[in-house]
Ligand binder design. Sequence first.
Ligand SMILES: Cc1cc2nc3c(=O)[nH]c(=O)nc-3n(C[C@H](O)[C@H](O)[C@H](O)COP(=O)(O)O)c2cc1C
Length: 389
Amino acid sequence: MAGGTPARVRRSRTLLVYWEGDQVVFENYRTRVAVTADPQTLSILNFFDRWRRPDDILRHLDGYTPNSVRDALRRLVAVSLLVEEHTPEAERDARVNKIWGDWLPHAGFHFATKDLRYVGVRRGAARLRAFLARSPQPPFFKSYPRAKHVRLPPADRPEYQFLRVLTARKTHRSFSEGRLRLEDLATLLFYTWGVTGFFEVPVLGNLPHKTSPSGGARHPGEVYVVALRVQGLRPGLYHYNARRHQLEELRRGTLLEQVVQYCGAQPFVRKASAVFLMTAVFPRVMWKYRHARYYRVVLLDAGHLAQTFCLVATWLGLAPFSLGALNDSLIEKDLGLDGIGESAIYVTGVGLPRGRPAFERSSSSRRSASLPISSVASRPDQYFMNSSR
Ligand SMILES: Cc1cc2nc3c(=O)[nH]c(=O)nc-3n(C[C@H](O)[C@H](O)[C@H](O)COP(=O)(O)O)c2cc1C
């Protein structure tokens, strides 16, 4: 709409209208631009439900000069409530609608909550004190004092390896110098994201099996490794090819500064050995499940993967962490993703522990640990399970 023949415009497909006090807020949850505006804006947006020329609306608005109307439309385009035909914004708008149509508007929450900057420890503490001044924390535990109580036998003591690993898991934010062994990276990847087998289901045939459950076995999760300090692996960005148990090099170079930015400016990650950028390929789930509820399933899947990752890392004597405060858009840009079909979801990472690891394997379990990896890498068909469900 800069001059010449005015381009046609239409209403963005990802709009949310709500009230804050007596103000009407118009938000494009995809672009995360929210503005307060006169309620009459709603009629304008309603009119542009399809591609129309800006002047088409003049007939429907009394008492406004053409220039003032054009100016208003220009401002609506600037705040992304309207999109102009043949622009990148219009393309993204259409693409979100094409891919996400069945899950919108409710799962639009995904776009609305991207790119959070982590609040630093000091500012975080000040905010918490302000919250406490207003109200106490909700209780962490719930009980039914008047219900009949059933005494339980004590839980098994964590003397078995599995229970020791479970109880040793914790979030690490400081690491010792040194490099992660490539074998440990491979073990982490395989037992978290690797394909441990396949199983057959009616209609769809073979579906991959992994160590974590996935709703409908759709496995939307992909993982990209930022190698910072790994023995025998050039620093850089890699995609983990789960089917082949291979790393695919996407970019070489030390990504120390970028990785901090990926993680919402949390400085401790620069000392990690490797950071795992977890994404979801939504169409894998959307194709089968055409309801916004399944957006939740995508997030739940990521949680399973991250816990598996933390446990495998703990078992390896490493120092894992998981991060929810991400600069999703930057991660997606650097991975060459459009953030619509595939988007950043979660980040995990690992370093070498400071001091003794919380869990130490016996040397015999260490020897047997590396065997399945090489077998799977060379003979994936050996791991083909044919159990039907
Ligand atoms: C979904 C999720 C997001 C998290 N995001 C962050 C984060 O951005 N930065 C961080 O330092 N820790 C993050 N954590 C780690 C938690 O702060 C940590 O799990 C919690 O303090 C409990 O400590 P523990 O893991 O040692 O039991 C996250 C954990 C989860 C489960």
